[in-house]
Design a protein around this ligand. Structure first.
Ligand SMILES: [Zn+2]
Length: 243
């Protein structure tokens, strides 16, 4: 009887520590995992909403950087589907060319308007990717992350909690052929894959096969499938800020 009890106790302790160990290993794995932030800029509500099912099909969440003076129906629907609503000024204004009052009106005051209507804006993308260090200092007092628009930069998850991050444009107009696009994206994803706890942002505008400032579904499908093949995760900005 006593022997039986000891065996049960030892088995219980073994299982208990094995579970603890697995949880710890899983946390380290999640922490070191690399990933992609996929974003869409400006405001193409109908087009974006038409693609909610497309994102669901691949199980990914994205970030929409909207131009709007207040939350729209689209904003609430996107959040309900697990995506992030981030900000891009009210009127797509180049912030480096306007007064401080206008910067406040276009990029800072709307935070409170959105908050009062239930949406917390914590990420901002500069229209035209135009910024200065002074603008970064000012906006980072109000946003957790501010985003550029021109380069691929491998960023640590740590930096994604607070600071300036770059983003790489994947609009159709930047690539002559699908093959060119696939080569560039493969390089980016393999570079990410070779790192620990690294993330990078890529962005476009609407989703359409034509149009210079759009990205085709075919291009998105390549990015998503290749990223998944390499074990990369898709994140929203907010997810990493709260990480
Ligand atoms: Zn824009």
């Amino acid at each position: 009887m006593r022997k039986k009890l000891i065996i049960i106790l030892v088995s219980f302790l073994f299982i208990f520590f094995a579970v603890l160990c697995s949880i710890k290993l899983y946390r380290v794995y999640r922490c070191n995992q690399c990933g992609i932030l996929l974003a869409f800029d400006d405001y193409d509500a109908y087009n974006w909403e038409d693609h909610f099912d497309f994102f669901d099909k691949y199980g990914i969440k994205v970030t929409f950087f909207v131009n709007a003076s207040e939350p729209t129906d689209f904003c609430y629907k996107a959040i309900e589907r697990g995506h992030e609503i981030a900000f891009h000024t009210i009127g797509h204004v180049r912030l480096t060319e306007v007064s401080e009052e206008e910067v406040y009106a276009q990029a800072i005051a709307p935070i409170e308007t959105f908050r009062q209507k239930g949406i917390e804006l914590t990420t901002f993308a500069y229209p035209y990717g135009s910024y200065t260090e002074e603008l970064n200092d000012l906006l980072l007092q109000h946003y957790k992350v501010v985003r550029g628009a021109y380069y691929y930069r491998l960023t640590s998850k740590e930096t994604m909690r607070h600071g300036f991050v770059e983003a790489y444009p994947i609009d159709n107009g930047y690539f002559d052929t699908q093959e060119d696009y696939e080569r560039v994206i493969t390089d980016i994803l393999e570079n990410l894959h070779a790192n620990k706890a690294g993330v990078a942002c890529v962005y476009s505008h609407a989703i359409s096969p034509g149009g210079e400032w759009c990205v085709s579904e075919e291009k998105l499908e390549f990015l998503i499938t290749k990223a998944k093949e390499l074990g990369l995760e898709f994140y929203t900005f907010k997810e990493l800020q709260n990480n």
